[in-house]
Every structure is written in structure tokens, then in C-alpha cells.
Design a protein around this ligand. Structure first.
Ligand code: ANZ
Ligand code: ZN
Length: 840
């Protein structure tokens, strides 16, 4: 090797070109090798690649390259989750078309990813905003429509009266529109829904088979689906105040607490509440007041409890027991029956409500019968125990009491045991431009008519403007007004677009197979799926994964796929963090704006002191991001990749530091020097041979376990061992093999050194080295040889030597022979790998 230093600027570009020209990472559908599908969550093209992407894609890349070297045909694709609101916001702010903004970003980010040398099959690149993709999504939507998995229903949305637009929940901040600041209203709109609830049980059951998913993600999914067993029953309304309402049906998961009831409450959206409102302006005003706050479950959880008493109900187990009936803001309409009975002693929301309105707080569950009369104070008691103050239930366990109440209600006919799900059907309608148009045409005469297949894709019109608020599709005359495909009459195109989560619910199938004329080829998709290893952020642990699991099941249900679980293995990586800096007057400063001065960190522009803040997730708002691009230019792709893998376990946060990247750069240079020093030598070096083979085994096992930081540590040790060793055939072999072991992580320096050493072919194409099992055992141990408990000699033997062998060697020791004076010992005690004691 001639060059003293490894030059990443030259080498990176060279090898990236070679891989591209040779199509090294192209996945072949017809390969006879076993398949491995490695996928990282595809990025949103927001503008530039950030460190989180670099970390995520580096991990997937190591695994992909490793699997390839192990004889797998690897599918490792990349694409763009390209629809969504930021593009429309950019359109409004910067007066650019959302499409050109998005495509420019994709071009930038694609180049940035290529610069990192990822082993991706770029021939399969896709962008969800391309008609080739979303047109096929429209076809799948129509398949689901025909299979009865799609329906339309009136549903409430957040309406910004100033921007005249529907807002997502996260765009409502303290009840106001995030952009306009106007008080948000609730409006009813006809919206499209996908029937995810039809698969609720199956989505829950399926979690059990996902043994390569993090436990916490499975639990999050389980809670989101939220299966709860309970009971539905009716409270009769007291006759005098009844009007035309004679009973209220409630849902409970705690029928055991029925004797702890102190009130009944209706959701403000409950039809009965509306009936009361029609009769009473006071009720109508109260309902309007409830709706002014947010109405999501999370908002209600923290909002002040509000109630208005409207009547009296009769306890189903005691005709003389009357309970007040309220309309209460914390009762949701879309859960259970939209009505509850409140048990303040054992439910925190009910406790707060009862405290505010002076209602009874009666204990019905206690740790023991002796504590039956202990008051419940401070907060509700939700723990387990036995029933007290509960008539025929007294003394029963909670579970037994639940069963007893359900049995009695069913026998007497006033209630029944049920199952309730937290999971709601998936509302996919978005009143936005930059999304997949829903392929439906509305006709006065025929209703909702699917766009005929041969007319797909329904392409987004290009000539739109964002100068006026609202959805530009809604005011586009030629796009919107069409004739009915069924009767030919005047009709209008659906102007809602699909939630972008729909786009990411099947992209992994399209990566596996992307014919021009249909969404995918079932045979080819079946070959690649499921994804063997999926890697991404834990922020997608619920919705994205659930929707993708649902979509896969829907396709299975329609006979298009043979699997129900899309991701056999899931890994959620930690975040990339960085110190934060603030000027003395409180401005956040970016790492580029500060430098180390004589007396600590200073602001470069002003020279004044800087307060160093906490280490936090890199974010634009805290200005603690580090742009990967200049770092890659300065240190090269391998150093960046190496640092992303080396410093912390992949599931934990990684703190970006200048010293860390410098250390990685030095190690890349060291690899180069070690490779260069592997001159021809003679003879074997047993210690180095063992170290090498142990490293081969350890690096492989650690990559398989995604413990990349441990694999890196193994390689540091090997590097030191090689540097220390004297020239030998072993040393040369170790240096060459080390290049293969680092190739998945630092592929450019590995290729460059491999070729400089005159090796055949690409290292990326080389087989992964095999560890020799004979060299894996910890080589030698020192055995103490004692005579009558006194140390007389030591033996260096192979680890695991048999008792007989040890005894024989001890007796052959010259020193022992001398002490025993040739006589055989009376007794021999052998502790393998430790000692031999001879009793004379
Ligand atoms: C009586 C009771 C007593 C309750 C008690 C809880 C504790 P999970 O377990 O999450 O399914 N609930 C029912 N429908 C509701 C709605 N539409 N809006 C708000 N709350 C509702 O929650 C079920 C429990 O939440 C139900 O059981 C009901 O209160 C309440 F010690 O009934 B429970
Ligand atoms: Zn028609």
C-alpha cells in the first residue's frame, strides 16, 4: 500500500461509483439464495437529512451488508414518505408549489444518503407523492371499498373559522388554531373511514406472535387497541322528571362497584343530552360551553370537570335509591355507550367530579372487611381488594363480584356482559391538497361512485394556489366538476385526500414488488415479505405500525397477501442528542455559533459567555442540531457511520460530540495503517489466531443481536492485538480478515484497503469469515500443583483438560517427583482448570 493516509474524499466517491455501476446492492427477485428484507422507516423529505436519519440508516445498513456477506439475497430499499402538511405550509409561506418543494428536497436528501454509501437498491426507490405510487394506493382503496372495509360517516372535526380549514388535533393548541390563533369550533363533516375495528381482536392476538418486537411496543399497541371486558346496563329515569326519556344505558368495566354509584352522567354529545337541550336553553348553553374546550381524550383528562344536573335515575338493584343524572364534559361519546355511572371512591375522574359537586364518596372495595368504613380521601382508590358495603356482594373478590353482578343482570334482564374496544375506526379523510385523492365521485342520483379502474390514477391538479385559505381542490372547477361514471349526470369529485398514514401502510409491499399495472405482484410480494428486520423511531410505535398491520390484514382478507404480520422483527433506536447553548440574554445558540475560549465556551459573534444547557434531542427549536453534510465532507462517510454505531447501545440515546467523531476518524485511519502493516511474515501466532477467531464469532453474534456498539468494541480489541503482534502469517491473515469484519460498518476504507492489498473482487461481495470452533475456547489456564496443600509447581495446560490428564501431568512434574521421593501419593484431589493436590 502506497498512501500513508486514507483519503475518504477520494475513496468514498470511487467505491460508491463502483457499487452503483456493478449494481452490487440490487435485490434479485429470482435469486436462489435465502432472502433477507431489511427496512428502515422511510424519511419524510423535509429538506435535509438529519443525524437521526444517519443513525437509523447506518444500523440498517450494517445488518444489510452483513446479511449479504452471509449469503443472503438482501432487499434493502429506500423511498420517500412525501405527502403531508409541511409541503403545504411551505407553499403558503414561500409561494412554491408543494410538489416542487418536495421534489427538490428529495433530490437533496437522496444525494446526502448516497454520500453516506448506504447499500441500498436504488432501482426500487419510490415517492408516495408520485402518481405511480398513489394511483396504486387508490386501487387498493377501491378494493377495500368493494370488500366493505370503507364507509362514510358524519364525524366531528376541528374547524378553524379564520383559516377556514380543518385542523388535526395536534394543530389545536389550547383550543386555538396553531396558525390563526382563532378559537377552534367543532363541525360535523362527512368523512371516510377504514374499518380497522373489524380486525381489533386479530390485531391484539397477533401481538403474541411478534417475539422479535420490543415488549414496550407490543404493550403500547395492546393499550391502544384497549380491549376491556365489562357490562352494559340501563338506569331507569325517575318518572316525574322523565319527559320522553325513560332510561340511560351505561357501560362499565367495574360492575362490581355498582353499590358505590353516586351519580349517572351523559356525554354532552349524547343524543339524550341533545334531547334535553332541545327542551332547555340552560342545557343547550352548557353543552356549547363544554364544546369550547378541546374534546380529545387527552384534553379532557386534564380539563376542569364540568357538570349540569338534569334529572334523577333509579338504581337497578334498589327501586328506592335515586341518583342524580348529569351531563358531564369528561364523558366521551365515542366510547362504550357515551354514558356512565360514577363511583367516586374508586375512579379518579369520578372522585374529582364528586368533590366539586358535593356528591357521596362511598367505599365499596377495601383491603379487608375491617377497613370497610375507612373514608376514601385525597384520591380515588383503584387497587384490588374485597367488596364491602355492597349487600349480596360483601366479602367477594373484585373478579367474583363482577361475575356475580353480570350474572344477576342477565338473569333479571336489565344488563349484559360485553367487550368494549378503545380502538376506533380509522378516519382517513383530510381536507388538504397534498395527499392521495380519494378515488370517488359523488353523484346526486347514484351516491358515492368509485372512479373506474381504467381512469386511475386520479392525479392531483398542478394549477392550484394557496393564497386563499381552505382546500384548493375544493375550488378547482375543472378537476372537481365531472360527470358521473355511472349515469353520466353532473357530479363532483371527492376533494378529500387520504391521511398520509395510508401511504406508509403498504410502502414495504410496493418495495418488494412494483409492477406498472397493479399495486404489487402477489407472488413476488410473498417471496420477500415479511420484512425480516424493521428499524425506526419509537415515535411510530403506535399508529404507523398499527395501520400497517391493519392494511396487511385487509390485503390478506381480500386474498392478495399470504401474511398478516408485515414486520417479523422490529427495533426502535434511540435519539441523537447534543448539548444546548444559550447566550446570557437567553437566546438559543447553535453549535456553530459558539467556540471554546480561554475561559470556557463563548459566543463567537459577541465574545460573551455562554450558558451550557442540558443534553437534549437534536431539534431546530433548541438550535442544537448538527448538520451531517459538512461533517461527512470533513471526516468521510466511514467515520460518521462508525461514530453512529460506537458510542452507545443502539436503543439508547447517542450524544453527538466533536471528540466522538474525531475518535471515529482516527480509528478509520488506524484501520488503514493496520492493513498497510500486514506485510508478509512467516509462522503462526497462536494468540493472535485465537483473538481473531473469537472476534469473528463475537462481531457476528453482536451484529445479529443489533448490539453494534459491542461489535465495535470487539474490533477495537482486535485492532490492538494486531498492532502488538510481531510479523507472521497470522498477522497478515488477521489484518485481511479484520477488513471483512469492519466492512459492514466502514465499507469505504475496507474496500480501499482490500484493493490496495491486491485482493480479488469487492469486499462487499466477499463471504463473511467463518470462526474456527477449535480456536474459540479460551486457550490456556494455569493449574496449581500442591503437595499436602503447599504450592510446589504450576502447569500451563489447555483449558478443560480432563482430571486424568491433569493428575498424570502433576505426577510427572520433576518437583513433585522429588518431594514424593518416587512414592505414589495416598490421595489425589483434582479441581479441573484450577488445581491438583497430592496427599502424601
Ligand atoms: C364504573 C366504574 C367504577 C368505572 C370504577 C371505573 C372505575 P376503561 O377501563 O378504560 O375501558 N367510562 C365508560 N364509558 C365512558 C365514556 N364514554 N367516557 C368516559 N368514561 C367512560 O374505562 C372504562 C371505565 O371508564 C368504565 O367503568 C366507566 O367508569 C368509564 F371504580 O364504571 B367505570
Ligand atoms: Zn350518477
Amino acid at each position: 500500500m502506497t498512501a500513508q493516509r486514507f483519503n475518504p474524499l477520494k475513496a468514498d466517491a470511487h467505491w460508491q461509483k463502483v457499487w452503483e455501476e456493478r449494481e452490487t446492492f440490487r435485490a434479485r427477485d429470482d435469486s436462489s439464495k435465502p432472502k433477507a428484507y431489511i427496512l428502515e422507516m422511510f424519511p419524510y423529505p423535509s429538506g435535509r437529512i438529519h443525524m437521526g436519519h444517519v443513525r437509523n440508516y447506518t444500523m440498517g445498513d450494517v445488518l444489510a451488508r452483513y446479511r449479504r456477506m452471509n449469503g443472503f439475497e438482501v432487499l434493502h430499499p429506500m423511498g420517500w414518505d412525501a405527502f403531508g402538511m409541511p409541503a403545504e405550509n411551505a407553499a403558503m409561506e414561500k409561494k412554491v408549489h408543494p410538489g416542487s418543494w418536495t421534489w427538490d428536497n428529495i433530490a437533496t436528501m437522496r444525494a446526502q444518503l448516497k454520500r453516506l454509501g448506504f447499500a441500498l437498491d436504488w432501482s426500487r426507490e419510490l415517492a408516495t407523492c408520485h402518481p405511480d405510487y398513489y394511483g396504486q394506493e387508490q386501487a387498493l382503496f377501491l378494493d377495500m371499498f368493494q370488500a366493505g372495509l370503507v364507509y362514510r360517516k358524519e364525524s366531528e372535526v376541528n374547524w378553524d373559522p379564520v383559516d377556514m380549514t380543518v385542523l388535526a388535533n395536534e394543530q389545536v393548541i389550547d383550543g386555538r388554531g396553531w396558525r390563526s390563533g382563532a378559537l377552534v369550533e367543532r363541525r360535523k363533516l362527512s368523512q371516510w373511514f377504514l374499518k380497522i375495528t373489524e380486525f381489533a381482536d386479530d390485531l391484539l392476538q397477533g401481538l403474541e406472535s411478534l417475539d422479535r418486537w420490543p415488549e414496550k411496543v407490543r404493550l403500547m399497541q395492546e393499550n391502544w387497541i384497549g380491549k376491556s371486558r365489562g357490562m352494559k346496563f340501563r338506569f331507569a329515569i325517575e318518572a316525574e322528571k322523565r319527559g320522553d326519556i325513560d332510561s340511560i344505558e351505561v357501560f362499565t368495566t367495574r360492575p362490581d362497584t355498582i353499590f358505590g354509584a353516586s351519580f349517572v352522567a351523559l356525554s354532552p354529545d349524547h343524543p339524550l343530552a341533545q334531547q334535553y337541550a332541545a327542551r332547555s336553553p340552560e342545557v343547550a348553553e352548557f353543552i356549547a360551553r363544554c364544546k369550547r374546550g378541546g374534546t380529545t381524550a387527552a384534553e379532557l383528562e386534564t380539563a376542569e370537570k364540568l357538570g349540569l344536573e338534569i334529572g334523577e335515575a333509579i338504581h337497578p338493584l334498589d327501586p328506592d335509591w335515586e341518583l342524580p343524572v348529569f351531563i358531564a364534559n369528561f364523558v366521551l361519546m365515542d366510547y362504550g355507550t357515551g354514558a356512565i355511572f360514577g363511583v367516586p371512591a374508586h375512579d379518579q375522574r369520578d372522585f374529582e367530579f364528586a368533590t366539586k359537586y358535593g356528591l357521596d364518596i362511598r367505599r365499596v372495595v377495601a383491603p379487608s372487611a375491617a377497613e370497610a368504613d375507612k373514608p376514601v380521601t385525597g384520591e380515588a382508590e383503584t387497587g384490588d381488594g374485597i367488596l364491602v358495603n355492597s349487600r349480596f356482594l360483601d366479602g367477594k373478590s373484585v373478579e367474583a363480584a363482577k361475575a356475580a353482578v353480570i350474572a344477576r343482570a342477565e338473569a333479571e334482564g336489565w344488563g349484559r356482559g360485553t367487550v368494549a374496544w378503545r380502538l376506533r375506526d380509522w378516519g382517513v379523510s383530510r381536507q388538504r391538497y397534498w395527499g392521495t385523492p380519494i378515488p370517488i365521485i359523488h353523484c346526486e342520483a347514484c351516491g358515492a361512485v368509485p372512479v373506474p379502474r381504467e381512469q386511475l390514477p386520479v392525479v392531483l391538479p398542478e394549477d392550484v394556489s394557496f393564497d386563499v385559505p381552505g382546500n384548493p381542490l375544493d375550488r378547482h372547477p375543472t378537476w372537481k366538476n365531472v360527470s358521473c361514471p355511472s349515469c353520466g349526470g353532473t357530479a363532483r369529485r371527492e376533494t378529500d385526500t387520504l391521511d398520509t398514514f395510508a401511504d406508509s401502510s403498504w410502502y414495504f409491499i410496493r418495495f418488494a414488488s412494483q409492477p406498472a399495472d397493479r399495486p404489487f405482484d402477489p407472488g413476488v410480494a410473498a417471496h420477500w415479505l415479511p420484512v425480516d428486520q424493521y428499524i425506526g423511531g419509537v415515535e411510530h410505535a403506535i399508529l404507523h405500525l398499527l395501520y400497517a398491520r391493519f392494511w396487511t390484514r385487509a390485503l390478506h382478507h381480500m386474498g392478495q397477501l399470504d401474511i398478516t404480520e408485515p414486520f417479523a422483527g422490529l427495533f426502535t433506536q434511540g435519539m441523537v442528542t447534543h448539548e444546548t447553548y444559550r447566550s446570557l440574554d437567553g437566546r438559543w445558540l447553535s453549535p456553530d455559533e459558539v467556540e471554546v475560549g480561554a475561559e470556557g465556551i463563548i459566543e463567537s459573534a459577541t465574545g460573551s459567555g455562554v450558558e451550557t444547557g442540558r443534553v437534549e434531542k437534536m431539534s431546530k427549536s433548541k438550535k442544537n442540531t448538527v448538520d451531517p453534510e459538512p461533517i461527512v465532507e470533513q471526516y468521510g462517510a466511514d467515520a460518521v457511520r462508525w461514530f453512529m454505531l460506537s458510542d452507545s447501545p443502539p436503543e439508547r440515546d447517542l450524544e453527538w460530540s466533536e471528540s466522538g467523531i474525531e475518535g471515529a476518524w482516527r480509528f478509520v485511519q488506524r484501520l488503514w495503517r493496520i492493513a498497510g502493516s500486514a506485510s508478509d511474515g512467516e509462522g503462526r501466532d497462536d494468540t493472535l489466531d485465537r483473538k481473531l477467531h473469537q472476534t469473528i464469532a463475537a462481531v457476528g453474534a453482536n451484529i445479529e443481536a443489533l448490539a453494534f456498539n459491542k461489535a465495535v468494541a470487539n474490533l477495537y480489541e482486535l485492532a490492538s492485538a494486531i498492532e502488538k503482534a510481531a510479523p507472521s502469517a497470522s498477522k497478515r491473515e488477521a489484518a485481511l480478515t479484520m477488513l471483512k469484519l469492519v466492512a459492514p460498518m466502514a465499507p469505504h476504507v475496507a474496500e480501499e484497503a482490500w484493493s490496495a492489498l491486491g485482493q480479488e473482487g469487492l469486499i462487499a461481495d466477499s463471504p463473511w469469515p467463518q470462526a474456527d470452533p477449535a480456536l474459540l475456547v479460551e486457550d490456556q489456564v494455569t493449574i496449581a500443583v500442591q503437595v499436602n496443600g503447599k504450592l510446589r509447581d504450576t502447569l500451563t495446560v489447555a483449558k478443560g483438560a480432563s482430571k486424568e490428564a491433569l493428575e498424570e501431568m502433576a505426577l510427572a512434574s520433576e518437583k513433585v517427583v522429588r518431594i514424593l521421593e518416587g512414592k505414589p501419593p495416598r490421595k489425589v484431589i483434582v479441581v479441573p482448570d484450577r488445581l491438583v493436590n497430592l496427599v502424601a
